[in-house]
Design a protein around this ligand. Sequence first.
Ligand SMILES: C[S@@+](CC[C@H](N)C(=O)[O-])C[C@H]1O[C@@H](n2cnc3c(N)ncnc32)[C@H](O)[C@@H]1O
Length: 225
Amino acid sequence: MTIPSVLPLLKHLPIRTPTERRVERLLHDLVRPTRPMPRPTLWSASWETLHSLCTRIRTAPDPITMCEFGSGTSTAWFALAARAAGGGHVHSVDHELRYADRTRELLTAQGVAEWATVHHGPLAPSARNQDQPWYDERVFELVPAGINLVFVDGPVASLGSDIRYPALPTIADKLADHCTVVLDDTHRAKEQAIWERWISELSDEFLITVEPALSRSTAMLLQRR
Ligand SMILES: C[S@@+](CC[C@H](N)C(=O)[O-])C[C@H]1O[C@@H](n2cnc3c(N)ncnc32)[C@H](O)[C@@H]1O
């Protein structure tokens, strides 16, 4: 690898700027982990994204029903936020059993297993997205209706150019009348394309308000027309 080809990867490394350290502290104050949380990996959502989502869970007027695509330490942060809020539940779908199990172990270690469920949905051929695989859709039968918070951070983006596109079409009929959708990695062109496609396809059914992008994710508020 040449130095220029490595440079774009640096922003994904868990090297924290002073601002990120401040956001990390704020997140800890907000949800109060039971024991030290694992360090972020290259696959983890950013501190900023975690703080934004946990704030939504912690301050929601009613308990959230969350659907996450792609489990990990994020799932435990969200479960901690639900515990701090005194209600709500996170349903996280993972295509890899070993990562699903690792997340379940973290939930148990943090004492928040009652606030989140990790569903294993292996990738399978799917008619939703041309030739790209998608989670075996039987797994979504385990996710209840009334979802008012969505975080799309899976499957692994390297598996296909718009591998995450089916997320909203798959659960559209389970979304609450008011719902927040957050897509991770919107600094990348392929997630930008998914984002634009979602907006165009959902606009007839929902009034959509897009929030200013964070450094690596973007949120939109959906209100059913
Ligand atoms: C972007 S990751 C999800 C990360 C998670 N939302 C978080 O912020 O902690 C997407 C998928 O990658 C896989 N994954 C998680 N951690 C991984 C790791 N350390 N190495 C390789 N794959 C990983 C899991 O199957 C997960 O569903």
